[in-house]
Design a protein around this ligand. Structure first.
Ligand SMILES: [Zn+2]
Ligand SMILES: [Zn+2]
Length: 422
């Protein structure tokens, strides 16, 4: 009943940029930028397998020391990715300490770093605690299309942006994933178990419907095994959900070229984290500091068609005035006045009845809606609701006939009453 992936801006909108992407089921996390990480407990730091650094300004890289401190002697490996000059910066950071005893630590903590250039050639190096963190060159790599990390479940892509210096923006793209309705499995006389992993792989690989799946589980009566066709499981107990896309963009100048590159990187993102450092009234200052205004961030988010936008990296000069930054971004994004308490848009998409041939999220009455307890059979959940195959973000409304439906947490439509067209 929890999202598979949870994204947390560790220091909120005003603090150092740090985005923690938690794969809760896998006890694993990705980190985007490593400013002050004092708010991250060691157990969360130890989960980080990959660290993506936009650029080495201090507010984005100073937390590396704390990570190293936590991981030393404990973590097996951390992979890092950064812009030109990154390997030298990392090497110098490591050279700032004395390492005469670390080779005795039981765990040989290894940093494996990749530094990309705008043609996507990547220099790579390794730094092991067992070797006193001396730099060991690794073979050069090529990150075609800016893809820094490609795994069966997701990929992370970068784009080169201009911040007066080269700065990387990142997009995390989950591949399609499979939700399992436990209650429907139970109706089929099956129980959950590790076999679900095999099933999910078979779906991800696009295996044909007649592929037999070995369903195995243990209970009080001992071990059970059945063979069920993939097609039957797909039809009766699975929901295939398109992957989520999340983008992280910070420290960029408000130029047309940056806007275009970001819009491409973050195209159709479910969630866009984007800096909105200054108000448009202070645009000259933003230009001098090579940062975006909230209005520029909003225009970029609109061009990217991002479904949800989280602005951050607010200048401390606006402490107590963050509503102004958010409102400016929203105005530029929607090009209309904002109604903070009213997420219902005037131009609510109008649908007829749900078409059974298309993907639709379940619809429930508002009185039935309990954010903690809806769709009890669904193993995982989606950050979106579907109506006739179209995805809508949390909080968005559609009209089905004269009924207004609002997308609520856990991807269900909640009936919000009636509204006559017009
Ligand atoms: Zn910054
Ligand atoms: Zn910067």
């Amino acid at each position: 009943m929890r999202p598979v992936i949870a994204a947390e801006l560790v220091n909120g909108a005003f603090g150092d940029p740090v985005l923690y992407l938690d794969f809760r089921d896998a006890k694993r996390a990705l980190l985007f930028d490593v400013g002050d990480v004092g708010a991250l407990p060691p157990r969360k730091i130890l989960r980080v397998t990959d660290l993506f650094v936009s650029h080495a300004h201090m507010d984005h890289f100073a937390g590396f020391d704390r990570m190293l401190r936590v991981c030393l002697g404990r973590g097996p490996r951390l992979r890092l990715y950064g812009p030109p000059g990154f390997l030298e910066r990392l090497e110098h950071k490591l050279a700032a300490y004395t390492w005469n005893l670390v080779h005795r630590y039981p765990a040989d903590f290894t940093l494996q770093a990749l530094e990309v250039d705008p043609g996507w050639s990547a220099r790579a190096a390794r730094f092991r605690s067992g070797a006193g963190f001396a730099r060991e060159p690794l073979p050069e790599a090529h990150c075609a299309g800016g893809v820094l990390l490609d795994e069966p479940a997701f990929r992370v892509r970068a784009a080169f942006l201009d911040h007066g210096i080269p700065c990387l923006g990142f997009a995390f793209e989950e591949k399609a994933h499979v939700n399992v309705w436990k209650n429907r499995l139970a109706e089929m006389g099956l129980a959950v178990g590790p076999w679900l992993r095999e099933l999910k792989c078979a779906v991800a690989e696009g295996r044909p419907d007649d592929t037999p799946i070995r369903v195995r589980w243990h209970d009080r009566d001992g071990a059970h095994e059945r063979r069920v066709a993939l097609g039957e499981l797909r039809l009766r107990a699975l929901q295939i959900v398109p992957g989520q896309k999340l983008a992280f963009v910070t420290d960029v100048r408000g130029t047309a070229e940056n806007a275009e590159r970001i819009a491409r990187l973050a195209a159709d993102a479910d969630l866009l984290f984007i800096e909105a450092v200054f108000l448009a009234a202070d645009a000259a200052h933003a230009e001098r500091k090579h940062h975006l205004t909230a209005a520029q961030a909003g225009c970029i988010a609109r061009a990217a068609r991002a479904r949800n936008v989280v602005p951050f990296h607010f200048s401390p000069r606006y402490l107590g005035r963050e509503d102004e930054l958010r409102a400016e971004l929203e105005r530029a994004r929607t090009d209309k006045p904002t109604h903070r308490e009213m997420p219902v848009k005037d131009s609510m998409p109008q649908f007829g009845a749900p078409d059974p041939e298309l993907k639709n999220s379940s619809i429930i009455d508002e009185v039935e809606y309990d954010a903690e307890a809806v769709t009890p059979g669904l193993e995982t959940e989606t950050p979106a609701c579907y109506f006739n195959g179209e995805a809508f973000a949390l909080g968005e409304c559609v009209r089905s006939g004269s009924e207004v439906l609002q997308c609520a947490e856990r991807g269900v439509w909640v009936r919000k009453g009636e509204r006559r067209p017009g």
